[in-house]
Design a protein around this ligand. Structure first.
Ligand SMILES: [Zn+2]
Length: 261
């Protein structure tokens, strides 16, 4: 299992490295996972807490001029508090859906993320999925080249997500993303939205990539969720946990929320 020592960049795959922040706790498990995607051009997914040592570890692992994007899965402070410090260090573009207007935050995105857009580095593309539920501004990111889904707090490793109203919406969560998680973004015969020339499906197929393989999950807290049945088990566990929470709170809050399944 890759190293989960805080401050140490551990390689999870050719394109993905993880640095665990030094903020272990009941809500954060071993600590917030900060992911670095790419080599020549790097996207940092969730800077984590505003901790000088942690931000230094991110910059040191990626070389400051290579960090092009700071991507934020959602506004909760264990994910986003370090945004401004990392921005100061790197000048990278902050891309996020939030923070929501109802939340007082001391940071703002340089550009608001769009559901379905693809952020493209030199050797990779990250598809943006808006996945409200745990938080209204929640985003997942899908790394197509390695079929890794960065799940933020929608699916956690070995535990269930906490959904706190009013910004958290359990009905939205239950109607949410697992179906999209398992669906490959581009099907055979469909034009690649990234256009011809670079990243077209045929190119990736010719490089021997299995475009219909189920994605692996890279959650915000805890270790990786494996491909296939174990990833599905984690999605099932997350949904079961949400339903239990719902029962404790006295029922569904939205008439359109599913009763089962
Ligand atoms: Zn959260």
């Amino acid at each position: 299992m890759p190293d989960m020592t805080p401050g140490v960049a551990s390689a999870l795959s050719p394109l993905v490295r993880r640095i665990v922040a030094p903020n272990p706790g009941l809500m954060t498990g071993p600590g917030t996972n900060t992911y670095l995607v790419g080599i020549d051009e790097v996207a940092v997914i969730d800077p984590g807490p505003d901790d000088a040592g942690h931000i230094e570890a991110i910059v040191g692992a990626s070389m400051r001029e290579r960090v092009r994007w700071i991507l934020v899965t959602h506004h909760h402070i264990d994910h986003s508090a370090g945004v401004n410090r990392l921005k100061r260090e790197t000048g990278a573009e902050i891309v996020a859906f939030g923070p929501p207007k109802s939340v007082q935050a001391d940071w703002a995105p340089d550009r608001k993320a769009k559901d379905g857009e693809v952020i493209e580095g030199t050797e990779w593309g990250l598809e943006v999925l808006h996945t409200p539920g745990h938080a209204s501004d929640h985003l997942c990111f899908f790394l197509e080249e390695e079929r890794v889904l960065f799940t933020g707090d929608t699916v956690l490793s070995g535990t269930t997500a906490v959904i706190n109203p009013p910004d958290g919406d359990i009905a939205a969560y239950l109607q949410g993303d697992p179906g999209r998680v398992r669906r490959p973004p581009h099907r055979t015969g469909e034009p690649d939205p990234r256009g011809p020339g670079r990243g077209a499906e045929q190119d990736r197929r010719s490089r021997g990539q299995d475009l219909h393989r189920r994605p692996r999950g890279a959650p915000r807290h805890g270790g990786e969720v494996g491909a296939g049945p174990s990833a599905e088990a984690e999605v099932g566990r997350a949904r079961l946990g949400a339903r239990r929470q719902l029962r404790l709170e006295g029922g569904l809050t939205s008439p359109s929320a599913p009763a089962s399944g």
